[in-house]
Design a binder for this molecule. Structure first.
Ligand code: NAD
Ligand code: MG
Length: 394
């Protein structure tokens, strides 16, 4: 017999949220969807509530919450509907909750993830922006709250799987020389700078290997996603920027590697399907069936590796810069990127203006130490305004 785990899913209607529910539905004796949340997609959350009957459903938007409440009442659903940021924090820290899947996109995911950390939950962290913005504070909150942190990002999950199991003070302590963080290179891996200038939204939204939400898909096309992941790895594994090497690997079969001081390189491989890291983290230390098919190495036939091009992909260089600058620089980078990506998705700016905006905001911002969450949020807000100004003026 297993103890039934109560799971809160922040961002249940998103790509990661849906795949988490897919895995949970395969193991009803082990997991219960205790609370589900979404920003404003009433119909999508309504369908999930019908199927999973969570105790709570939270919509960030109050009007959307009211519509959901009416729809659920009409079918005599037992689910209670709440709204707003405080409700997201409540379902993350609720005493009956064991596990929180943090799968909101962007800076909006920070506060609920922090609430889960402080409440000592088992946190399945997909929202990399939390670590980019406030890595030191978040890792501290995990430590002090007695929380367990499991990375969902496929690369970090892979690294976690091949790292020494015991807790490390630093990489050297575990005999680890460096982390090899793989990147698909995105849809424009082979595009020239001139071609990149003329990239359309439809082209940027077509990722060769992964099906993901729109923001992270654009981040993958600019390679900012890899930049954010370098910063994420820095905090998760207490690595320095020099200990993290980005390796372009177009097949997305090796999800990342760890090199040890004796020359051993350990890798985790699998089909590019997020249900593997989700099932790993839900079940850890046990393995769970995830619905992911077997890796067909004969069909894949070859694995390629390339060095990343920081000239064609300036976002990756900017992320390394922000990591070296430290303090609020990564939060500024992240906020400027979110505004720039939203503008690109709204077809208000060109593809190569994304790094231009970030570089401009980063070079004109005051960078301070991250000593409190308020300072991070101030830096985030100021960078958003600066990025919006840039867009208005160009
Ligand atoms: P998505 O856009 O598909 O879904 C986002 C979810 O967050 C939705 O449920 C939405 O309702 C909710 N949401 C959006 N804005 C919100 C707000 N302001 N307040 C509350 N809820 C809000 O995104 P996704 O692709 O599932 O990605 C989610 C997170 O996981 C991101 O941080 C992303 O970087 C990370 N991630 C995703 C993948 C992937 O394969 N999709 C892989 C690795 C990491
Ligand atoms: Mg990733």
């Amino acid at each position: 017999m297993f103890k039934l785990q109560n799971v809160t899913i922040l961002g249940a209607t998103g790509t990661i949220g849906q795949q988490t529910l897919d895995v949970i539905a395969r193991h009803p004796e082990r997991f219960r969807a205790f609370a589900l949340s979404a920003y404003s997609k009433v119909d999508a959350l309504f369908e999930q509530c019908k199927q999973f009957e969570p105790v709570f459903a939270v919509m960030l938007d109050a009007d959307a919450a009211e519509s959901l409440r009416i729809k659920l009442q009409a079918i005599a659903s037992p689910t209670q509907v709440l709204s707003g940021l405080s409700a997201l924090e409540e379902i993350s820290a609720h005493p009956e909750v064991d596990t929180v899947m943090a799968a909101i996109v962007g800076a909006a995911g920070l506060k609920p993830a922090m609430a889960a950390a402080r409440a000592g939950k088992r946190i399945l962290l997909a929202n990399k922006e939390t670590l980019v913005m406030s890595g030191n504070l978040f890792m501290q909150a995990v430590e002090q709250g007695g929380a367990t942190l499991l990375p969902i990002d496929s690369e970090h999950n892979a690294i976690y799987q091949v790292m020494p199991a015991r807790k490390l003070e630093n990489l050297a302590d575990g005999g680890v020389r460096r982390i090899l963080l793989t990147a698909s290179g995105g849809p424009f891996r082979k595009a020239s700078l001139d071609e990149l200038k003329a990239v359309t939204l439809a082209q940027a939204l077509k990722h060769p290997n992964w099906a993901m939400g729109p923001k992270i898909t654009i981040d993958s096309a600019t390679m900012m996603n890899k930049g954010l992941e370098v910063i994420e790895a820095r905090w998760l594994f207490n690595a320095t920027a020099e200990q993290i090497e980005v390796v372009v690997h177009p097949q997305s079969v090796i999800h990342s590697m760890v090199e040890y001081i004796d020359g051993s390189v350990l890798a985790q491989l699998g089909n590019p399907d997020m249900r593997t890291p989700i099932a790993f983290s839900l079940g850890h230390p046990e393995r769970l069936e995830s619905g992911v098919s077997s890796l067909d190495l004969f069909k894949i036939a070859r694995l390629d590796f390339e060095t990343p091009d920081l000239v064609r992909f300036p976002c990756l260089r900017l992320a390394f810069d922000a990591l070296k600058l430290g303090g609020t620089a990564p939060a500024i980078l992240n906020a400027a990127n979110e505004i720039a990506v939203a503008a690109f998705l709204a077809q208000k700016i060109q593809f190569l203006e994304i790094p231009q905006i970030i570089e401009s905001v980063l070079s004109h911002s005051k960078i301070v130490e991250v000593s409190s969450l308020e300072l991070v949020i101030q830096a985030d807000e100021a960078a958003r305004l600066a990025a919006a100004d840039w867009i208005a003026q160009h």
